[in-house]
Design a protein around this ligand. Sequence first.
Ligand SMILES: *Cc1c(COP(=O)(O)O)cnc(C)c1O
Length: 426
Amino acid sequence: MNDNIFGIDERLLKMSEDILRELKPRFEKIDGITEYNQYKVVKAMQDNMVSEAHLNGSTGYGYNDIGRDTLEKVYASVFHTEAALVRAQITCGTHAIATALFGNLRPGDEILSPVGKPYDSLEEIIGIRPGRGSLMEYGITYRQVDLKEDYSFDYEGIREAINEKTKLVTIQRSRGYDVRPTFSVKSIGELISFIKNIRNDIICMVDNCYGEFVDTIEPTDVGADILVGSLIKNPGGGLAPIGGYIAGKKEYVENASYRLTCPGLGSEVGASLGVNRPFFQGLFMAPQVVNGALKGAIFSACLYERLGFECNPSSVAPRNDIIQAVVLKSAERVQAFCEGIQKAAPVDSFVTPQPWPMPGYNSDVIMAAGAFISGASIELSADAPMREPYAVYFQGGLTFYHAKLGILMSADEMLKKGLIDYTFNE
Ligand SMILES: *Cc1c(COP(=O)(O)O)cnc(C)c1O
């Protein structure tokens, strides 16, 4: 049933129907994971006796903010950790990671990334690219072990890289803007076990951005000491207007809190203002929102593979985050893809996305988003660094139907601009 009010090419609509028919069993499996996670979140709220009073906020110093403190207990329950810091004062995912790192590292310590290069915006925090106030300026060193050619962990290299200075290992679950696959929670668990077997006191931190609620387990269920993420991605459920979280062992979360505010004050201060309600409600909605985003990602891989483009993950690969990369191989196609996504947006549908030198990234980036929360990538959005191989990274969609519309519009835009050389005969 489709009145095609957006004027999408009929051949694309036909293709879409075929794809959805084939995806039925796979979508049912995703629904099963979502149902499990929905119950997990509700149970965490009940166990911590969330009540109406917790939905209100505090002002000023924010002492005794029972809503904020209860929300943090709920996050700790959901992720099965001792503690959590869930704050509007954590401005984004990068800030959450930086806070956890600065809070837990001291001069002379070394960080190890055993999974290759971290997310672009972390390079200046660590000091891989010169960054004012980087960890490197504070005498904290960094080592990296790249993945093997087949993207498996280089266990020998990791063993050799670990030394007496190694204090913290940072593992990025999602691929970010890289071409490697996103790691499953299970494989992250194997990596953590390997590291803990070498030295049990090494702190294992996982950047969980885009991974929350994609699986029934999270990295803290398989040994991660610190878990970090953004609330304008999965766990905010599209309702959180800002924020990040740091969940994990009490000591490490407290260390991070002394960095987020200051020594002595830690998590005692930090007024929640008006965000407790959307933080609670967003977490409640998050499993279902992730469900739609995940289905959208799989749908797009199916569609773009049929149109002749390489997709990563492929349409049949298992999923460990909500990101879909489509290798479009030209700047013009990236531009058209993003224009199509933008045209499907509920907000700012009439603007044309343009590449720009975004702070923290080392090449121009084009972004398409017409979001209720500025920059929220749990909402339908696409971004691409303007560099080879011209891969566009697509994610989000607060509902599956909106994600589907955006994907169809992106392909339609390319078709109408003559950028897809495709005859539609399978
Ligand atoms: C989004 C993301 C971050 C943090 O990004 P922000 O834009 O600062 O929220 C970090 N790591 C990964 C893998 C990400 O996807």
